[in-house]
Design a protein around this ligand. Structure first.
Ligand code: IPE
Ligand code: IPE
Ligand code: MG
Length: 258
């Protein structure tokens, strides 16, 4: 029984579900959405929402690592986000620089290793440098992996993988008949996550119920939890509630339950 007891407003004792620490999803991926709407509601420019969202990233990274999550993937910038106004794109490109400037010591303190997936070659030089710096500085950490999706698109990832596999075939290093799911997975950007490549749980904030080109291959059997709060309002309790929801699901993978 995973519950704690709490008094409700009427003063009655109520059971409240809590996270079962033995069944925390190893890989949680979050589509961090709603920064713009959060700012809009406060009559602030959209970038104020992104700034606040960065604080949420810090809090949730630490919360996830304390909960025993092995990989936390965060969708920070999609291959489609270049369509936004230049000022907003520029701000979003600066965010990793600010984030890592202030947060790398905390990441090291919490033993968190940074990885990135996405086509980082298209990012501004300063952003690439900040990302590389954070990856290098945390390379010895062996706790949770904080995996940022930056200029990431699931379709782009699959196209890149297909190109790499086709090249191997062309170079006679691989036969067409040898192409199977594991060969494809090896050429995806999540290959660096080893056994944790597929997220058990995908959370999207801000009420939108779509995938927006995130981890298209890896989500085959992921559980989805859609939450109403905008990303800047997302808390440790929100994360715990998503995990509790996940823990109440029955995963069957096409088979039958025991
Ligand atoms: C998520 O918030 C951050 C990024 C996609 C970069 P949005 O900027 O999408 O916020 P909304 O969806 O417009 O509210
Ligand atoms: C998805 O959010 C991308 C990220 C969270 C980085 P968007 O706000 O870009 O997605 P759409 O446009 O609502 O589908
Ligand atoms: Mg959005």
């Amino acid at each position: 029984m995973f519950a704690k007891f709490k008094k409700n407003q009427a003063g009655e004792t109520e059971a409240q579900a809590v996270v079962d620490s033995k069944r925390v999803p190893a890989h949680i991926a979050i589509i961090m959405d709603g920064n713009g709407r959060w700012a809009n509601q406060r009559h602030l420019p959209r970038i104020a929402g992104h700034k606040e969202g960065m604080q949420t990233v810090k809090k949730i990274t630490i919360a996830a690592s304390q909960l025993g999550v092995k990989v936390l993937s965060l969708y920070a910038f999609s291959t489609e986000n270049w369509k936004r106004p230049t000022d907003e794109v520029n701000y979003l490109m600066q965010l990793p620089v600010r984030f890592f400037q202030t947060f790398v010591p905390d990441l090291i303190k919490h033993n968190v290793r940074v990885t990135v997936m996405g086509d980082t070659t298209k990012l501004p030089a300063a952003t690439q440098k900040a990302v590389k710096g954070a990856i290098d500085e945390t390379s010895e950490c062996n706790g949770m992996v904080l995996n940022f999706a930056l200029n990431y698109g699931g379709r782009d990832e699959i196209v890149t993988a297909v190109q790499q596999v086709a090249q191997l075939v062309k170079d006679d290093q691989l036969k067409v008949e040898q192409i199977d799911e594991s060969v494809i997975a090896e050429h995806l950007m999540t290959n660096q996550l080893g056994e944790f490549e597929d997220p058990e749980l995908i959370i999207r904030t801000s009420g939108e119920q779509r995938v927006s080109n995130f981890m298209l291959w890896q989500l085959a059997y992921s559980e989805f939890v859609f939450m109403p709060e905008h990303w800047p309002d997302f808390t440790k309790e929100s994360l715990e509630n998503a995990i509790i929801e996940y823990q109440g699901r029955h995963r069957r993978f096409g088979g039958l339950e025991n």
